[in-house]
Design a protein around this ligand. Structure first.
Ligand code: SF4
Length: 73
């Protein structure tokens, strides 16, 4: 399976960290849900808004959202 070991070593990004990251990119988090906010961050970074679509596997081991993402099935 891709990236499972790497994901276990990383810590989950909690909402305050995600909000801070979003604000750093000029996004106003408001009342956005976690998934919506992460998608905005990914788009702002020029990435595909893929959070939640890994189905437990992903080759992008440097993704900071991986520990959360891999849990979503
Ligand atoms: S773990 Fe993979 S699918 Fe999930 S957000 Fe990161 S890059 Fe996208």
């Amino acid at each position: 399976m891709f990236a499972t070991k790497a994901a276990k070593k990383k810590k989950l990004m909690d909402m305050p960290k995600i909000r801070k990251k979003a604000e750093g990119l000029g996004i106003k988090p408001g009342r956005m849900k976690k998934t919506e906010l992460i998608h905005c961050i990914q788009t702002a970074e020029g990435c595909t808004p893929c959070f939640g679509t890994s189905n437990g596997q992903c080759p992008y081991t440097d993704c900071c959202f991986m520990p959360d993402c891999l849990k979503i099935r």
